[in-house]
Ligand binder design. Sequence first.
Ligand code: FA5
Length: 339
Amino acid sequence: MIESNLAALADAAKGRIAAATTPAELETIRVEFLGRKGGALASIDMKSVPADQKAAVGKMLNTAKQAIEALLDARTSDFASAAQAARLESEWLDLTVPPTGPRRGSLHPLTQIQNEIEDLFVSLGFTVLDGPEVESDEHNFDALNIPPDHPARDMQDTFWLDGGWLLRTHTSPVQVRGMRKLGPPLRMIAPGRVFRNEEVDASHEHTFYQLEGMMVDKNVSVANLLYFMKTLLSAIFKRDVTVRLRPGYFPFVEPGFELDIQCLICNGAGCPVCKQSGWVELLPCGLVHPNVLRRSNIDPEEWGGFAFGLGLTRLVMMRYAIDDIRQLQGGDLRFLRQF
Ligand code: FA5
């Protein structure tokens, strides 16, 4: 009788232990079955067991108690391992994930390319000069062999300010400042912002960047000019690009050239950036006109020079295949973050 009661108790305990979902539940089960006072095993009345069976029943009780304890211990240690695994999972760190935190900015593509060109020319012995954006008529036009009423003044639509001042239409006035300040021999570049009262489209801005270059020395020739142009383009594009050189008119150079690059947006097929021509005007240049040297107190009999006026904004467009110039100064971070 006691034997079958014990077996039923052990089965009941086994079922309850298996179904327990928390360590607290296990504790309740432990008290219920094994508690010294009122526990199911403790309530078995040994007094009613005949003396000759007491030893055997005691042994059975012990076995049942040990079996329940073993089940409780095993289940308790299951809960402890699960808790440990959950804690490790919650503390897991992937050390290879890049750090979050504030997003770092980057240099504007124009600044990046300007820096590259400056480094290149500095390594070739050139000085980097700066000039004012509000210029005098004299520096922007007269000293560059463009006197008042000269038709070439209409080549660049000017924003005029009061008192004969203007927003410089090109970086060429820095040539004048460089020649007057430093004298010959001279190797200078001058990157900067220029302004034209022009209608804006995919390749024309009213505010854009140029990079002026000038070398004044003895025996400067078109060969010197072409050497520097080639060095510049291969440093920027790092691959072969198709260019063409054609005569160009600028009052401050003689002879003057236009160096065009085959449009890298459409590979010469024709698009809005190149106005369907397949070519983009990029790098006008020439040998410095004697009048320009003379106006800056340099004797053209003794000295000669070349000058160029790189369209820096257009160069950036070609290098990164940007199909609309307005994106460069639109301030849209989604665009800028690509660089
Ligand atoms: C000039 O500004 C001359 N000062 C360049 C020069 C310097 C010639 C020294 C000879 C010797 P031009 O107006 O062509 O030239 O402008 C030079 C370059 O600036 C152009 O080839 C073009 O790449 C760029 N450019 C001109 N107008 C715009 C514009 N509205 N928007 C963007 N880029 C322009």
